[in-house]
Structures are given as structure tokens and as C-alpha cells.
Design a protein around this ligand. Structure first.
Ligand SMILES: C[S@@+](CC[C@H](N)C(=O)[O-])C[C@H]1O[C@@H](n2cnc3c(N)ncnc32)[C@H](O)[C@@H]1O
Length: 242
């Protein structure tokens, strides 16, 4: 997968590209990421890319021309152009799965008061990472790249993300590692039995329990299997007894 990021602050993203799983994914050519500073496409004397808003008001607005000129140099018929914006569709695991099927993703990071509205004529979609306002789109572009790249074949083992929260609509079950006992708290003994079927059932139960306790809204969207329905009924009964 090819990703291009348009930003005024490439230095914010460089550390991300050189760390851990993303660094390995780039080295093994699972993904390539190129950063473009759209300031380079300004024709103004001091390379300004922002100006005051028409009609008055606070702050500076990013001009349409440098962004569109930058896009022209990298867009192909396969490109999907995504604008980082708090006004967009909310990013989620499902959106990351959709993005992981794209051959070429172009992400535009805003700054200051955001974009001249006409930039929106040149993008395929607007994406937000949540209902809050960041100072710029760099953090959100990294969130999107990270969540998407880890789903690509060859980035991490497929089995590593199959049980992750949201992958099957539920939150992940509790995980433990050594030591067996810490500060009086021990690891659930079932995990030491080596009995794969019992461990699978325990994990499914705990996954449903966590989802019921923390994110019951997720359960409403799911069509549960008979086994899951029985476990959920048990979880609800246990909770009512408490
Ligand atoms: C200060 S914000 C501009 C917000 C804009 N004035 C508004 O109210 O919609 C600057 C830039 O940060 C990025 N940004 C801020 N919040 C974001 C969010 N929740 N998701 C994605 N990008 C965000 C966008 O690229 C945005 O253009």
C-alpha cells in the first residue's frame, strides 16, 4: 500500500515512520509512506500557505492552491484522497479495514483554522478521529496510518489482530503474562491448564463480559451465536445477583 501525507510539519511524522512495527512494515515494503510539505507549492514570495478569513474572524485559513497543486503531482486514478477534519466521518476499526484495501491513500493534514472550503472539492472523503479539535491533522494522520498498516498482510501476524478489540465486534478478553503472582493477584488458573477448548470458552466469556460492562452499545450491533447468547444470558444473570 502506498500512502502520501500532505503536511506543513513533516518533522512531527518522521519519528512515527522510524519506530517499531511501522518502521518494519516500511522496511519490508508492506507499506510505503511519503511526506510532502505543501508549502513547497506556494508561489508566494515568503511561501505563505495561509491567509485571513474572508468576512473577518479569528485565525488563519489554509489556502486552496498549494494543496491542490501538491495533489496534482501525486494523484493517480487509484488514489483515495482523505481530508483530516473534525467535521468528517468518524474513524473506527471498520474504516481502517476499508482503508487497508486501498492501493493508494493520500492524507491531507490541516492546521490553524482549517481549510478554505474549496479544498473539499478535491477530496474523496473527510475523516475525523473523534469529537474534539486538535491543533493539526498530523496526529490524526498517524492514527489512521497506524491502525490501517497493522491490518495489512505482512505487517504483523494475522492471528495477532484477529482477537483484538473490535476485530470481531467485541472487546478483547483479559491477557496475562509472568509473573504468576503479583502483589497477591494471581493469573486465572484455567490459563495454565493447556486445555485449548476450555481456554477458548473462558476467553469468549470474558470478552462478552467486558463488552457488556464497558461497551454494551457494541453488543446491540452484533448477531451473536447460540454459544455467545447463552454466555451473555449467564453474564447478565450473574450481574443481577450481585
Ligand atoms: C484547529 S483544527 C481546525 C478546526 C476547524 N476550525 C473546525 O472547527 O472544523 C486544524 C486541523 O486539525 C485537524 N484536526 C483537528 N481535529 C481533528 C479531528 N478530530 N480529527 C481529524 N483531524 C482533526 C484538521 O486537519 C484541521 O484542519
Amino acid at each position: 500500500m502506498k500512502i502520501d501525507i500532505l503536511t506543513l510539519f513533516p518533522e512531527m511524522i518522521e519519528g512515527f515512520l522510524n519506530t517499531s512495527i511501522i518502521k518494519r512494515a516500511i522496511a519490508s515494503e508492506v507499506a510505503t509512506i511519503d511526506i510532502h510539505n505543501f508549502r513547497d507549492f506556494s508561489t508566494e514570495k515568503h511561501h505563505h500557505v495561509d491567509d485571513t478569513p474572508y468576512g473577518g474572524g479569528q485565525g488563519m485559513v489554509l489556502q486552496v492552491m498549494p494543496i491542490v497543486e501538491c495533489l496534482k503531482t501525486i494523484t493517480t486514478p487509484e488514489s483515495i484522497v482523505v481530508l483530516m477534519s473534525p467535521q468528517g466521518r468518524t474513524f473506527s476499526h471498520q474504516v481502517a479495514q476499508e482503508f487497508a484495501t486501498f492501493k493508494h491513500l493520500i492524507i491531507i493534514c490541516g492546521h490553524y483554522e482549517g481549510f478554505d472550503e474549496r479544498v473539499r472539492d478535491y477530496v474523496d472523503m473527510e475523516v475525523s478521529i473523534g469529537d474534539y479539535v486538535l491543533t493539526g491533522g498530523e496526529l490524526s494522520s498517524m492514527v489512521i496510518c497506524d491502525a490501517t498498516i497493522r491490518l495489512l498482510e505482512g505487517a504483523i501476524r494475522q492471528s495477532s489482530h484477529e482477537d483484538d478489540s473490535f476485530a470481531n465486534g467485541l472487546l478483547e478478553y483479559p491477557q496475562y503474562t509472568r509473573p504468576y503472582e503479583y502483589d497477591g493477584n494471581t493469573v486465572p488458573d484455567i490459563l495454565l491448564t493447556g486445555h485449548h477448548e476450555n481456554i477458548r470458552k473462558w476467553r469468549l466469556y470474558k470478552s462478552l463480559e467486558k463488552t457488556y460492562n464497558y461497551r454494551p452499545d457494541l453488543l446491540e450491533k452484533l448477531e451473536l451465536t447460540d454459544e455467545q447468547n447463552k454466555m451473555l444470558a449467564q453474564i447478565i444473570e450473574n450481574k443481577e445477583k450481585q
